[in-house]
Design a protein around this ligand. Structure first.
Ligand SMILES: NC(=O)c1ccc[n+]([C@@H]2O[C@H](COP(=O)([O-])OP(=O)(O)OC[C@H]3O[C@@H](n4cnc5c(N)ncnc54)[C@H](OP(=O)(O)O)[C@@H]3O)[C@@H](O)[C@H]2O)c1
Length: 237
């Protein structure tokens, strides 16, 4: 399917995986709206994206604040002229043992990763419904399929995203909305490198552009085809 002329919102699009997705979609002729908390990253990325010639907009909001999310999504929808695609990507990784991680940090990971995905999808849904079709890509993690040491908050948040996303898929496929649950393994980014999960070696470790190519290709599938969920791994990290 040709994506040219479609409008996509990518949360956390200022850097990392979200930035790579915004770049690859803009290269396909998709108008992009990117979001984040840090306006500097958004401005720099928006300027880079404009070189492709597509419409580019950004909105600054915290995904764990429903009122901010609603206002930010409405502003992007207005600037782009509607929404066809949401890449629900913003998230945080905070790692540590159950005893040592402060409860506030634990709660913040759940609020950002779970409530963030929920609030953003809920705010975008009316725009997809209005069009009679659309795509939502929810970015979970392999950590959401199996917990492990020092990742209780992150793994629990991502397991909840997997489940939320499956419910969304069941409710909204009747409206021709494809809800896609992605569970990537470790990819080189600020989150994974600063979190000590990988050294990010490009000869071995997945890079943000690998993730972006995967998302692009899933979105290009004929509308009758829905990739409901999928994982991606480094071949031999
Ligand atoms: N990298 C990996 O190994 C990996 C593997 C599996 C899944 N994932 C998932 O992929 C997604 C992107 O991760 P990444 O590796 O690209 O991480 P990253 O480099 O740390 O980027 C995270 C992005 O999310 C945004 N963000 C974080 N908290 C936010 C909040 N409260 N409100 C609004 N925006 C927020 C950040 O923007 P600001 O800083 O501007 O707020 C940033 O753009 C996450 O959901 C992550 O869990 C990553």
């Amino acid at each position: 399917m040709n994506l040219k002329g479609k409008n996509a919102i990518i949360t956390g699009g200022g850097r990392g995986l979200g930035k790579a997705v915004a770049q690859i979609l803009a290269n396909e002729g998709v108008n992009v709206g990117i979001t984040g908390r840090n306006e500097n990253y958004l401005k720099i990325t928006a300027n880079e994206l404009k070189a492709t010639g597509v419409k580019v907009a950004y909105a600054v909001f915290n995904v764990d604040n429903e009122l901010e999310v609603k206002a930010g999504i409405e502003s992007l929808a207005e600037q782009l002229g509607g929404v066809d695609i949401l890449v629900n990507n913003a998230g945080i990784g905070d790692f540590g043992s159950i005893e040592e991680m402060p409860s506030e940090t634990w709660e913040q990971v759940i609020r950002t990763n779970l409530f963030g995905v929920y609030y953003v999808a809920k705010a975008v849904h009316p725009f997809l419904k209005e069009k009679g079709q659309g795509d939502i890509v929810n970015v979970a993690s392999t950590a959401g399929l199996k917990g492990g040491p020092n990742m209780s908050a992150y793994a629990a948040s991502k397991a909840a995203v997997v489940s939320l996303s499956q419910s969304m898929m069941a409710e909204w496929r009747k409206e021709n909305i494809r809800v896609i649950t992605l569970t990537p393994s470790t990819i080189a980014s600020d989150m994974s490198i600063n979190g000590g999960l990988t050294d990010g070696n490009p000869d071995k470790v997945l890079q943000p552009e690998d993730f972006a190519e995967w998302v692009r290709d899933i979105l290009k599938m004929n509308r009758r085809a829905l990739i409901a969920n999928g994982s991606i791994f480094s071949t031999n990290p």
